[in-house]
Design a protein around this ligand. Structure first.
Ligand SMILES: *[C@@H]1O[C@H](CO)[C@@H](O)[C@H](O)[C@H]1NC(C)=O
Length: 319
């Protein structure tokens, strides 16, 4: 990725908060937009009745609603990116309606299956089914306007570079239901989720980009009736849950806070005061693995307490 487009995670967080604030402000002014996807039922009804929400894109932007979006360069725009995010159980569908860019002249328009910040990817290469090169769809390679591009999870990105003022594109964004969500970035700082991996050899990461408190209420690894003895260490386990913390996006480069490799029911809770907390399941495909957890944002008071104890130091740990 070009070096000119870099957004640290905490800036992204700040931005989410700002967008959230904006959405509230806009709501008051009766313009229908809710940037963080907390769509009110009225808007949803309008959408289902064929009303198509549309607006212009900024060079760096974040979208969580369905609609038709247009970018038109007012000056050469060399490092632009749009972040897309849906609900945990949705995937993103993108389709170009109109594209006017100069591929030969060095313009580009690429979709990435996931998010990339500072060269770090979500989902990480260990969790995504495709190799990195296949996660990019380059408009200049295909020139095919009518092809729908679908993400594998609830987040996707668009990168573009447009040299000539007046050039640009229009695309339609839709969110589709994902019956087996695996990798997820939570749109909200609080929530509850059940990850199920049914006999698949794959890894799933659920990322919460806020300092958070996680409560695991139920975990089934392997056969429910197996006698489960809490192990001293998870070395050698084929199926297990990891809790990761860090101030970065890529789960494979985050710090392991805890490993759990036995089933249990009943609450286990943990506080992680990093910018990003990830709950990850590693699955061998031999079993149906199932994990239910709740999460809520740590308050300022909690954060200060954790910081005093120096617990947050590992958030900055290099890999
Ligand atoms: C899942 O992650 C582990 C490391 O945590 C890795 O060794 C393994 O190859 C991954 N499995 C798949 C199917 O990608």
């Amino acid at each position: 990725m070009s070096s000119g487009f870099k957004v640290p995670l905490h800036i992204l967080l700040l931005w989410l908060v700002i967008l959230q604030g904006q959405a509230r402000y806009i709501e008051k002014n009766e313009v229908v937009e809710d940037t963080l996807g907390l769509l009110n039922t009225e808007l949803k009804r309008e959408l289902s009745q064929g009303y198509i929400y549309s607006r212009n894109l900024k060079c760096v932007d974040m979208l969580s609603v369905d609609g038709r979006f247009t970018f038109s360069a007012d000056q050469p725009q060399l490092h632009c990116g749009t972040f897309f995010i849906g609900n945990p159980d949705e995937i993103i569908s993108l389709e170009y309606n109109y594209v006017n860019i100069d591929c030969q002249g060095g313009d580009f328009l690429k979709v990435f299956d996931g998010w990339i910040l500072k060269g770090e990817k979500f989902p990480s290469t260990l969790d995504h089914p495709l190799p990195t090169s296949e996660r990019y769809t380059d408009f200049c390679d295909s020139n095919n306007i009518r092809t729908e591009i679908r993400s594998s999870q609830n987040v996707a990105m668009l990168f573009f570079r447009i040299h000539t003022p007046g050039n640009g594109f229009t695309l339609t964004v839709k969110k589709l239901v994902n019956p087996f969500p695996c990798n997820v970035i939570s749109q909200t700082p609080d929530g509850r989720f059940t990850l199920v991996i049914p006999h698949q050899k794959r890894n799933c990461s659920f990322s919460i980009i806020y300092p958070t408190e996680i409560r695991i209420s139920e975990l089934t690894l392997g056969h429910f009736n197996d006698l489960q003895i809490p192990a001293q260490s998870c070395a050698g386990a084929t199926d297990f849950v990891q809790l990761l913390g860090g101030n970065r996006l890529d789960p494979s480069r985050m710090y392991p806070v805890a490993d759990i490799c036995y089933s249990f029911s009943g609450p286990a809770q943990m506080k992680v005061s990093c910018d990003n907390t990830v709950v990850r399941i590693v699955s061998s495909g031999k079993y149906i693995n199932r994990l239910t957890f709740e999460y809520s944002q740590l308050g300022r008071h909690e954060l200060d307490k954790q910081n005093e104890n120096g617990v947050e130091d590992f958030c900055y740990a290099a890999d």
